[in-house]
Design a protein around this ligand. Structure first.
Ligand SMILES: Nc1ncnc2c1ncn2[C@@H]1O[C@H](COP(=O)(O)OP(=O)(O)OP(=O)(O)O)[C@@H](O)[C@H]1O
Ligand SMILES: [Mg+2]
Length: 257
């Protein structure tokens, strides 16, 4: 394993999550998420990847979770602590889901929505935030003259990048993406993948890709989850060329799905 490791943004220590129906979805997960890197969580369905993202954003607080053990340190602070400010947390960790869900309003308003809620009213400030977010999401060229159109008039791939832009406009520190390209055509998928490479300069990326191939293409760091267990993790290059565990090897070579 490479010795040179980037700074740790999120440290997950011995995290276990159990749903109220008895399913233990994550068992004793210990994993670091590196700053300004593309960190990938991958593995077969039901492995606990989405559960982990939801835990990081404290969305599990709303779900059927019976117990949560361990610690999740964001810049050293335990975000699972009962008194941790969840609003602040969700501002720092943006999340983009598999299916783009634009708000029923214009392209422009989709991006300014969160900012206006946060009390920003200055038109110039909003305009520049919109342009910046759309540029970062690699969507500006396609929608610069369509800002007043309904977001629903955009293609699926554009809607997904719009949702990414909406999240970026709030200037989070970490962007979590749960299979963001699962419904997209190859060209849109390629654009989103390229965008990630740009975004990591400014953000920490934590992504669940939609396939092993995509995981291998984009991962700076990769973690392989199987039935709630973290089988192994390390640099993307090493994990996809020389996996340590036979289960990882079997999965990445397509011997089970
Ligand atoms: N709300 C819930 N209540 C009970 N069990 C749940 C709940 N959500 C998820 N689970 C269970 O937790 C386990 C992990 O699910 P999770 O959605 O985290 O997996 P995943 O790795 O994201 O899978 P996929 O690749 O299909 O998205 C599964 O066994 C799932 O059935
Ligand atoms: Mg999932």
């Amino acid at each position: 394993m490479a010795d040179e490791r980037p700074a740790v943004k999120i440290r997950i220590e011995d995290l276990a999550v159990r749903y109220s129906d008895g399913t233990e979805s994550l068992h004793g997960i210990t994993l670091d998420i590196y700053a300004h890197q593309v960190n990938v969580l991958f593995g077969p369905s039901g492995g606990g990847k989405s559960t982990l993202l939801r835990t990081l954003n404290r969305l599990n607080d709303l779900a059927d979770v019976a117990s949560q053990q361990g610690r999740v340190l964001l810049d050293g602070e335990d975000i699972l602590a009962a008194d941790y400010d969840i609003i602040q947390l969700r501002r720092r960790l943006g999340i983009v889901f598999a299916r783009p869900v634009p708000l029923p309003m214009s392209v422009y308003e989709n991006i300014t929505y969160g900012l206006t809620l946060a009390g920003i009213k200055d038109r110039e400030q909003l305009d520049s935030a919109v342009e910046r977010a759309l540029l970062q999401a690699a969507l500006w060229d396609e929608v610069a003259d369509r800002l007043t159109e309904s977001a629903y008039a955009l293609s699926g791939g554009q809607q997904q990048r719009l949702c990414l832009a909406r999240s970026l406009a709030l200037q989070p520190e970490v962007i979590m993406l749960d299979e963001p390209t699962s419904g997209l055509d190859p060209i849109s998928t390629f654009k989103v993948e390229q965008t990630l490479q740009q975004l990591k300069k400014d953000y920490t990326i934590l992504i669940v890709p939609h396939s092993v191939q995509q995981a291998a293409r984009i991962a700076d760091w990769a973690a392989f989850f199987l039935q709630g267990e973290l089988v192994e993790w390390g640099s993307g290059h090493e994990l996809f060329t020389a996996p340590q565990d036979t289960r990882t090897e079997q999965y990445i070579t397509g011997r089970f799905g």
